[in-house]
Design a protein around this ligand. Structure first.
Ligand code: HEM
Length: 131
């Protein structure tokens, strides 16, 4: 039942949302996130969240999580940050990332919400050109 509830949330939530475990392995992926990154669910579940970002974050992301788990010092959790994502086709997608933390059944999970900033930034650039 909880699984069905979670799946219906992931199907309908308007934002791109990704749930990972403490190793960075992706456990859930919302439909909006599949659209934003151009993947099918089977291509992302069980894989590392770092596949969604370009270098140098791609190579460093495991260390970012490890650092947080060791020190407890949050850099993005509790705030938001503009980061760059990388779609399946290799194109980049600027977005605002918010990260939440939860513990479920003794396991630590992180929930990432990603708001696509492409339209906003394209419009801002056009307005600037007009000035
Ligand atoms: C930390 C980048 C997606 C979970 C970080 C940091 C960066 C980063 C730069 C370290 C911040 C610092 O040390 O100053 C990215 C990029 C993403 C992405 C470019 C684009 C796809 C995600 C997602 C999740 C996530 C989707 C969770 C579902 C975490 C966690 C930390 C972290 C748990 C450590 C906690 C913290 O620093 O507050 N990420 N991230 N990241 N990221 Fe990501």
């Amino acid at each position: 039942k909880r699984e069905a509830q979670l799946n219906s949330i992931l199907a309908t939530v308007p934002d791109a949302m990704v749930v990972i475990d403490a190793e960075g392995t992706m456990l859930s992926f919302s439909h909006a996130a599949l659209r934003m990154f151009g993947y099918e669910e089977a291509e992302v579940l069980g894989r590392n969240v770092s596949m969604l970002m370009p270098s140098p974050d791609r190579e460093a992301h495991d260390d970012y999580i490890a650092r947080y788990l060791q020190t407890g010092e949050a850099r993005i959790i509790g705030s938001t940050r503009r980061v760059m994502g990388r779609r399946k086709d290799g194109t980049l997608v600027p977005h605002e990332l918010a990260i939440g933390e939860a513990t479920g059944g003794g396991e630590r999970v992180f929930t990432g919400f990603m708001r696509d900033l492409t339209d906003q930034e394209t419009t801002a650039a056009r307005l600037k050109e007009l000035q």
